[in-house]
Design a protein around this ligand. Structure first.
Ligand SMILES: Nc1ncnc2c1ncn2[C@@H]1O[C@H](COP(=O)(O)OP(=O)(O)OP(=O)(O)O)[C@@H](O)[C@H]1O
Length: 325
């Protein structure tokens, strides 16, 4: 792998409420410089919470209850005040699912990009307007659109404008949380291609979050799979495509149309558990078609199945015989 940019080290995140919810539990994940890492899993499994912890944007009722997050070797959980503000844009930026909700409806796109530059570099000038135009050109939006309001742009253009804004301060890492979910398939493909092109050209790293495995297999260098707050498998895209080791990963792959082959889609039976009361043993055991008798009581560890391919499943232990149900 390339040089390490970011190391998420045994991180847990807890939400305070009537019942405390540990939405992320003991997650370790590394993102290399210039690498696109995909994070997949069904709704509610903790992907966005992990992303928010990484961007230091957790809501007030949530906190990192264990572990550390090193960014270029520095523990970002210890940053405060000005250091934190700088980190949030200079090092990491975020593109979220709905550009319509993220963009300010009463400011033009140009003003919003300029604000991002200005508020962190302390100057608004002819150059910031010029930079806003360059950024729009970079994401293939007509630079004259600096004067447009968000509602005057198509969904695809708004999402491109969000990407332009995320690029404004040359961050080292861009977190993309379902950036194309709200778009139709054709526009989605164009934007994915553009993200890949920009990443190659500019060299930033990406944490790409989605529940769509087939999309991830086509964009990510490496993929991590989350289930009920835990990482259950990680490996290269090829590893996961050719030999997924966790039944949940296999289920996710089977549930989405493949860009590589045509086959019948099969959903995963049941639904993810409540994070307030996660099941004992392997958290996937109630839905697993290959569960063993111990899966409901003993939590499996992460087991190596290849050079950089690991999965958290008892089936990978020596001598395990799956029971097909
Ligand atoms: N603001 C909140 N307050 C309390 N609990 C929360 C809050 N946000 C999320 N959670 C809890 O954290 C769990 C994980 O949510 P999260 O949004 O991180 O999942 P996700 O995988 O990103 O889902 P989605 O794909 O739907 O965004 C949820 O199941 C919920 O129990």
């Amino acid at each position: 792998m390339s040089n390490v940019l970011c190391q998420i080290d045994h991180v847990s995140v807890t939400y305070h409420g009537d019942v405390d919810v540990r939405a992320v539990q003991d997650v370790s994940l590394t993102i290399g410089e210039g690498e696109i890492v995909g994070l997949a899993g069904e709704s509610g499994c903790g992907k966005s919470t992990l992303a928010m912890a990484l961007a230091q944007l957790l809501p007030d009722n949530a906190f990192v209850s264990d572990g550390r997050i090193l960014f270029k070797g520095q523990d970002i959980l210890r940053l405060s005040g000005e250091e934190l503000r700088q980190f949030r844009w200079d090092q990491v930026s975020l593109v979220s699912q709905s550009a319509m909700n993220s963009l300010n409806p009463v400011l033009t796109v140009g003003e919003q990009i300029e604000d991002a530059i200005w508020s962190h570099q302390g100057k608004r000038s002819v150059e910031t307007r010029q930079r806003a135009r360059e950024l729009l050109r970079l994401v293939e939006v007509d630079p004259d659109r600096v004067s447009s309001y968000p509602h005057q742009l198509s969904g695809g253009m708004r999402q491109r404008a969000m990407i332009a804004m995320a690029l404004a301060l040359d961050p080292k890492l861009i977190i993309m949380d379902e950036p194309t979910t709200a778009l139709d398939v054709v526009v989605q493909e164009q934007i994915i291609q553009q993200i890949k092109d920009l990443q190659r050209k500019l060299g930033f790293s990406v944490l790409f979050i989605t529940h769509d495995m087939s999309l991830l297999l086509s964009i990510a260098d490496r993929i991590a799979i989350m289930y009920a707050g835990q990482l259950v498998e990680q490996g290269s895209s090829d590893d996961l495509l050719v030999s997924p080791a966790h039944p949940y990963t296999q289920g996710l792959i089977d549930a989405f149309p493949s860009v590589f082959e045509s086959r019948e889609l099969v959903g995963i039976g049941g639904s993810p558990p409540s994070m307030a009361h996660p099941p004992s043993g392997c958290r996937f055991h109630e839905r697993c078609p290959k569960r063993l008798s111990k899966c409901d009581s003993q939590e499996p560890g992460m087991i190596g199945v290849g050079a950089a391919h690991h999965a958290k499943c008892h089936l990978l232990e020596k001598g395990a015989v799956p029971s097909e149900s």
